[in-house]
Design a protein around this ligand. Structure first.
Ligand SMILES: CC(C)(COP(=O)(O)OP(=O)(O)OC[C@H]1O[C@@H](n2cnc3c(N)ncnc32)[C@H](O)[C@@H]1OP(=O)(O)O)[C@@H](O)C(=O)NCCC(=O)NCCS
Length: 151
């Protein structure tokens, strides 16, 4: 169990810390303007702060029936401590409270750790998108995964 943590809305002043985690975590990191757009739109933008340090964040897109997880990232030094599980639990509670039927996400075929995280939570693979993600050289498939929300 985690020590005292706090999920809260992302604020503009969090962006330097988020960009530093983002760039250390992804093959092709989101540019800052993606986060600007998320903060200006109806996306759900949450982060976890513990002991005054930003540890993890997620960007969620509520749609008609689904809650799509657009980005979920944990700082490299803070992984395997349950932060992703905590954000997924919060997303699942949000979806249930808003009458949404499933959590949906896409993950790189090569990203086995993220797939393990989602499978462990209860996501199942529902399809693949061929050559969906750019790589530094070439492209790779996206694995589409869903987690059903029980009423
Ligand atoms: C994927 C990611 C978000 C997981 O975050 P995390 O906070 O480390 O995950 P959690 O600690 O909540 O792990 C939950 C479970 O997932 C599985 N898991 C997570 N990381 C794992 C690893 N490195 N090896 C094996 N299983 C792992 C375990 O079952 C774990 O439960 P346990 O620790 O009780 O055994 C994190 O590794 C990350 O930010 N990666 C880089 C960015 C990224 O790939 N984001 C997802 C893009 S789709």
């Amino acid at each position: 169990m985690l020590a005292k943590t706090h999920i809260r809305e992302i604020d503009w002043h969090d962006l330097p810390a988020i960009m530093s985690i983002e760039q250390a975590s992804h093959i092709l990191a989101w540019p800052q303007d993606h986060f600007h757009s998320a903060l200006r739109s109806n996306n759900v933008c949450w982060c976890i702060e513990q002991a005054g340090k930003l540890r993890a964040y997620c960007i969620l897109l509520p749609a008609v029936d689904n809650l799509e997880i657009l980005n979920i990232t944990v700082a490299p030094d803070d992984r395997r401590q349950g932060y992703a599980r905590q954000l997924l639990n919060a997303a699942s509670q949000y979806a249930r409270a808003h009458g949404l039927q499933q959590l949906l996400l896409e993950v790189r075929q090569s990203n086995h750790i993220a797939q393990l995280t989602y499978q462990q939570f209860g996501f199942i693979e529902i399809s693949r998108r061929h050559n969906y993600y750019p790589l530094t050289v070439g492209r790779e498939d996206a694995v589409v995964m869903a987690y059903p929300i029980t009423p």
